[in-house]
Design a protein around this ligand. Structure first.
Ligand SMILES: [Zn+2]
Length: 509
């Protein structure tokens, strides 16, 4: 399958240099003990760098994690984030400083939100309807050497050859496009049925017997699991392209026909992915607030693809040769839902190095989920489905990215503009580091002691949810992962040493 950028809605791919100024991580005893609220402590520390508002403040194993958004007169600075971890004595122990330089910023705003949306529609050039109407938000955009006011505009399109969710940054004075990328996201609420929970049985795509939760309402059992978060729902598109289709209804709660298999797999794999994040990381769905997990199967006819449209997973049946029912693989489901977790946590921009980290994180949690659930675990990744905005191609290998032509060391990274700046290509470098951290081995003359799949996953999960920011690059990733290993296991622990070595081995300093 082609990557979506080669069949993009817009002719030509415009890529600007990565936003300037990567995050800096500092650790140690950064402030004296204090009785102030953690948000106050972090704001006080950061105030020399500008204005901030609190994005999040939450307790975790190590302390209180505070995330601040950089602002100018209340307008958010795109990618401008400070993260602070405050211990129980009110001392700041770790800071990620990703504040942006705002050189040359002056307030020149000629477009309003409606004009920005109109400009966006003209640029995207889509004739049909939008699944989610474009919405514009005024931001301060660090644009290379100088900062400008811009509108960040995003809309979702499903009724095209390839679904897309383009984000454009449009200069608020000139209307010029400053940057753009394609990433699907954001959930909409779902309406299920009201009824009683039952346990259904059925046969999945791989021919295995499964049990799962259904809801009985009237004379039907629906594929609606109301016991997890805000629910897990599976729909039938009946080989049409109208979404979400109808909530899957079965008369006897036994789903054992060939037509049922895709639905059984989608429902069970969504359940397993939900349980994986809940049981392993204490995360209640991708937004950590129980967001409903929706799946639609039998989308279109012989459709050789699957995608996450921001509110649901959508699976084709495959043509029976290149693909079978695409809901069959757990790592496919977990990969896509991990993109949603990333969006709600680090917010890694789907472009260049931050985009490659975004992709790698999805590969990593897809694989950790497989391992954790005991579902055909290996270091191969089924990237045979649609990722946010990008259709992947065949399988990737995390243990040996080079086998699929992907780089396994920073010195051989891809520097072109295809694939959003190589998000599915340079992910190989991070995947290799994660593989080495879990399994150990020697690479480019560097030996890494393996710490196991689950411990590797714990460390990356902490890095993702605490220390990574929208514009993190590979070097920030190293800092985030090593710090997470230190947080969880101690500064001189085997795990922290192995984490650092795993990045040495792939040439990330
Ligand atoms: Zn992906």
């Amino acid at each position: 399958m082609k990557k979506v950028l080669s069949t993009s809605l817009i002719a030509g791919v415009l890529l600007v240099p990565q936003l300037v100024g990567a995050a800096e991580l500092k650790s140690g005893t950064l402030t004296k003990p204090s009785n102030e609220a953690p948000t106050t402590i972090v704001k006080e520390y950061a105030k020399a760098k500008g204005e901030f508002k609190t994005l999040e403040s939450k307790r975790d194993k190590v302390g209180q994690v505070v995330k601040l958004q950089q602002t100018v007169d209340g307008v958010p600075v795109f990618g401008g984030i400070v993260v602070g971890v405050v211990d129980n004595d009110g001392q700041l122990k770790t800071v990620v400083d990703d504040t942006k330089q705002l050189k040359g910023l002056h307030k020149s705003i000629k477009l309003n939100e409606q004009k920005a949306v109109a400009r966006y529609k003209e640029l995207v050039g889509h004739k049909g309807a939008y699944e989610l109407e474009p919405a514009a938000e005024l931001v301060v955009y660090p644009n290379g050497e100088e900062a400008v006011y811009a509108y960040e505009v995003t809309g979702t399109i499903l009724d095209a050859d390839e679904p897309s969710r383009w984000t454009y940054f449009i200069d608020a004075a000139s209307g010029k496009v400053l940057n753009k990328y394609n990433q699907l996201a954001h959930a909409k609420p779902t309406n299920g049925v009201t009824g009683t929970t039952y346990t259904g049985t059925g046969i999945d795509v791989l021919g295995q017997s499964q049990t799962f939760k259904t809801t009985k309402s009237g004379s039907y059992y629906y594929l609606q699991d109301s016991t997890r978060g805000k629910g897990i729902y599976t729909y039938d598109a009946k080989n049409r392209t109208t979404l979400p289709g109808s909530l899957w209804a079965d008369v006897d709660n036994v789903l054992n026909t060939t037509y049922d298999r895709a639905a059984v797999s989608a429902h069970v794999n969504a359940t397993k992915t939900y349980d994986f994040f809940k049981n392993t990381y204490g995360r209640n769905s991708y937004d950590n607030n129980g967001a409903a997990l929706n799946s639609t199967v039998h989308y279109s006819r012989s459709y050789n693809n699957a995608f996450w449209d921001g509110s649901k997973m959508v699976y084709g049946d495959g043509d029976g040769q290149t693909f079978t029912y695409l809901s069959g693989a757990l790592d496919v489901v977990a990969h896509e839902l991990s993109h949603a977790v990333t969006e709600y946590t680090a917010g890694l921009i789907y472009q260049n190095e931050s985009g490659a980290i975004n992709e790698a994180v999805s590969d990593i949690f897809g694989t950790v989920a497989e391992y954790s659930v005991g579902s055909n675990f290996d270091w191969l990744v089924g990237e045979d489905i649609y990722t946010p905005g990008i259709a992947g191609d065949g399988l990737r290998s995390m243990s040996n990215p080079a086998a699929n032509g992907d780089p396994d060391h920073y010195s051989v990274r891809y520097t072109g503009t295809q694939d959003n700046g190589g998000v599915h290509i340079n992910s190989g470098i991070v995947n290799k580091a994660a593989y080495l951290l879990a399994s150990g081995g020697s690479h480019y003359g560097v030996s890494v002691q393996g710490i196991g799949v689950m411990e590797m996953g714990d460390i990356y999960y902490r890095a993702l949810t605490v220390y990574l920011t929208p514009t993190s690059n590979f070097s920030s990733l190293r800092q985030a992962v090593v710090q997470s290993a230190k947080d969880l296991h101690g500064a001189t622990s085997t795990q922290a040493v192995a984490a650092a070595k795993s990045f040495d081995a792939v040439g990330i300093n």
